[in-house]
Structure formats: structure tokens, C-alpha cells
Design a protein around this ligand. Structure first.
Ligand code: SAH
Ligand code: SF4
Length: 345
């Protein structure tokens, strides 16, 4: 709930407006897990709130899947649908650490990329802003118990964030607001398949959010196959929207390029990519495919991945190979939920 809604709820039960502020601070800043913790609220009010308001729209479903540095959760929503979110821990130099939460924005996804487990599940519905925010708060509460905090948020879980624009923006603004969760927009990244009108709209918001474009192919023929929405918003239009985003925000764009053996991983593909990105201040993440049981798309051999990167280096394009984390715990996009859905059948 944003401030306006909280104030409305308080007014409805005859409470003064400052209670809304107290509640906001407990929920978003002190990360209370229950109304019992809200020690500066009268007991009688805490009882009423317990009856009337839920602190989260999500309930963890089953045990978390974890390995050393990644935790993946399946959550049940109030209508019984399920979504995934993940926490990735990175130890950085000088005792610093990064805790990145990866959140979903939709149940399933309408885009239907053939290599993606979420895309294969079809689309069920958009998440509300509250449901998006609650994924972050869940991990933030858990981290707090160990003295840690969420340092980064990536909108890279299930679904296409820009296809759920209003809720996404409300979530970004709430998570960013100093009165609410208070995380710098610079520490948030939206990953999109490239919905051009929404990228243009986002440019006008003048937020400092990072943008990651799931490119995966630099020419229209191949990209039409890998990312079907390319037929609507071809590469040239997408690149123009990206340049405009950079102009408007000063944020360097990240291009995600998943590598699929025999599909988009040759040196010729690397050269086409370098040609497309030539002169553009950006960064390329090369992600060897997360192999999923239901798709024929496979990761190339390690030497092919390295040669691809070297070719980009040679042509002056910054690229990093990102090894997938948590593959052993079904933490690739949509995989945990796919397993859950097939177990149910
Ligand atoms: N819908 C948005 C965000 C969610 S998908 C988008 O497509 O950008 C997050 C990222 O995971 C995207 O870059 C997507 O292309 C990638 N992805 C999905 N399935 C994958 C797979 N099997 N192997 C590698 N990357 C995958
Ligand atoms: Fe949707 Fe992204 Fe998966 Fe494509 S890759 S189906 S856009 S979640």
C-alpha cells in the first residue's frame, strides 16, 4: 500500500493520519514481519490491523532451493497462482557484499521466447505493484536477520516487466522512495525484450533505473525466431529507443546475449553484433544458455563462448561472460515453477 491507501485505511477505522506513517515505516524500513513487532502502535490497533490488513500478499511455497550463494523461492499468490523470485549473494572486496533480488512481474509471460521456461508456460496475469514489492520485502526481512540488506533489485524474473508498465513503475517508485524502501534507482535494473513504446515512455520518466535489453541476435531474421516480439519492434527501432534512453538518463545500456549452440554463437554472429553496437556506449553480457528440459536450445562449448567474447573484444565491444548461477537448483528463469507445474500434473 502506498501512503494514500494507508491513510484511507486508517481513516476508515478512525485512526489519525500519523498512524499511516508509522505503519509505512514498520513495513518498508524496519521490515516488520508481523504486527506484533510494531511496538509503538496501541495493542488494540494491532489487533484490528491483524484482522484487516495483510503484511504480505505472498506465502512461501515449499522449501527454498539454495546453493552456496543463491536462494530461489516459489511463492503462492492469494489467488493460488505461483511465481518465482531469487536472491543472489556476491562477496565483494573489502568486506563489502552485494545482495541482488531478482523479481517476477507477471505470472507466466505473453512473449513466448522458445528457449525460455517461463515463455513456455503461457501468460496468466500481471502482478500488482504490491506483489512485486513483496518479493523484495520477503528477502529483505530474511537478510535483516543476518545483518544483511538488499543492495540491488533486478526485474528479471518471470514475465516481461514493460508489458506490466503501471505496476512496474509503481513498484520502482515505492522501492526507490526514501519514505518507503529507499533503494537508489541506480541499483535497480529492468530487463526487457525490447517493447519500444514502453522504453520511450520510461525515458521520459527520468528515472535512473538501469535498462538491460535481451537482444540475443543482432539481425532481424534470427531475432524474429528467438524473440518473437522482434517482428513488431525490429532491431533498428529498438536500437534507436536504446540510444534515446541513454541520452535521456545517462545510464549505459546492457545488452543480454544468451548463447545457443549452433544458433547465434558463430564468429560471424559476433561480428554482426559488434557492427550493430559499434560506437554505442554499452555493455554486453554473454550468457551461455540455461539448458531447460523442454527446449532444444543448448549452451555452446566453453571454447566457443570464449572465442565469441574474444571476437567482440577484438572489435572493441565490452563484453563479460556471465556464468549462470543456481542451475543446479532450477534457478534459471521459470525453471522452478515449471518443475512445480509438471509435478502437479
Ligand atoms: N522478460 C524479460 C525479463 C525476464 S527474462 C526479458 O526477456 O528480458 C530474463 C533474462 O533471462 C532474459 O535476458 C532472457 O532472455 C533470459 N533467459 C530466459 N531463458 C533463458 C535460457 N534458457 N537461457 C539463457 N537465458 C535465458
Ligand atoms: Fe518472457 Fe523474457 Fe522469457 Fe521471453 S525471455 S518468454 S520475454 S520472460
Amino acid at each position: 500500500m502506498n501512503m494514500k491507501r494507508l491513510q484511507g485505511e486508517m481513516a476508515a477505522i478512525g485512526e489519525p493520519a500519523f498512524r499511516a506513517k508509522q505503519l509505512q515505516s514498520w513495513a518498508y524500513q524496519k521490515l516488520a514481519a508481523s504486527f506484533d513487532e510494531m511496538s509503538d502502535l496501541p495493542l488494540s490497533l494491532r489487533h484490528i490491523l491483524k484482522e484487516k490488513i495483510r503484511l504480505s500478499t505472498l506465502s512461501p511455497y515449499g522449501e527454498p532451493c539454495r546453493n552456496n550463494d543463491t536462494v530461489k523461492m516459489l511463492f503462492k499468490l492469494e489467488d493460488g497462482k505461483t511465481i518465482e523470485a531469487a536472491l543472489m549473494h556476491y562477496a565483494e572486496s573489502a568486506g563489502k557484499e552485494r545482495n541482488t533480488v531478482c523479481v517476477s512481474t507477471q505470472v507466466g509471460c505473453p512473449v513466448g521466447c522458445p528457449f525460455c521456461a517461463t515463455g513456455q508456460q503461457g501468460f496468466e496475469r500481471n502482478l500488482t505493484a504490491g506483489e512485486i514489492i513483496d518479493q523484495v520485502l520477503y528477502f529483505a526481512r530474511n537478510l535483516k536477520a543476518y545483518g544483511g540488506k538488499v543492495t540491488n533489485i533486478v526485474f528479471m524474473g518471470m514475465g516481461e516487466p514493460l508489458a506490466n508498465y503501471e505496476a512496474l513503475l509503481e513498484a520502482v517508485k515505492s522501492l526507490n522512495s526514501p519514505d518507503m524502501f529507499g533503494l537508489s534507482a541506480r541499483n535497480m535494473t529492468i530487463s526487457t525484450v525490447g517493447l519500444v513504446p514502453q522504453i520511450n515512455r520510461l525515458s521520459r520518466e527520468k528515472l535512473q533505473v538501469g535498462l538491460a535489453i535481451s537482444l540475443h541476435a543482432a539481425d532481424d531474421d534470427l531475432r524474429n525466431r528467438l524473440v518473437p516480439v522482434n517482428k513488431k519492434y525490429p532491431v533498428k527501432e529498438l536500437m534507436k529507443a536504446c540510444r534515446d534512453y541513454f541520452e535521456a538518463t545517462g545510464r549505459r545500456i546492457t545488452f543480454e546475449y544468451a548463447l545457443f549452440a549452433g544458433v547465434n554463437d558463430s564468429l560471424a554472429h559476433a561480428r554482426t553484433l559488434a557492427h550493430l553496437l559499434h560506437g554505442f556506449n554499452c555493455h554486453v553480457n554473454l550468457i551461455p544458455s540455461n539448458n531447460t528440459p523442454d527446449s532444444e536450445y543448448r549452451a555452446p562449448a566453453a571454447d566457443v563462448v570464449h572465442s565469441f567474447k574474444e571476437e567482440l573484444d577484438r572489435l572493441g565491444i565490452n563484453a563479460t561472460i556471465r556464468h549462470s548461477r543456481g542451475q543446479d537448483i532450477n534457478a534459471a528463469c521459470g525453471q522452478l515453477r515449471s518443475r512445480f507445474l509438471s509435478d502437479k500434473k
